[in-house]
Design a protein around this ligand. Sequence first.
Ligand SMILES: [Zn+2]
Length: 76
Amino acid sequence: MQEGTFKFQCIHCNNKLRASAEFIGARIQCPHCKKPLSIPDPNKVVAVKKPMIDMSTITTSTKIAGPGLKLAGVRR
Ligand SMILES: [Zn+2]
């Protein structure tokens, strides 16, 4: 493997491209279809998005239900 480079697919023409890690998030022009695209982060797209959605859904629902019920019981 070459150090600091990774492969990704063009979102327009699905051709395989290669970029340096330092260009993650940068806007480039696809050499195949000449359309603009942002270079995706291969690690963040796969690993971060799904857990963050699950966590926020669980924590917000439990935080609202837990303290709210306790306060109502103590004060009355
Ligand atoms: Zn393309």
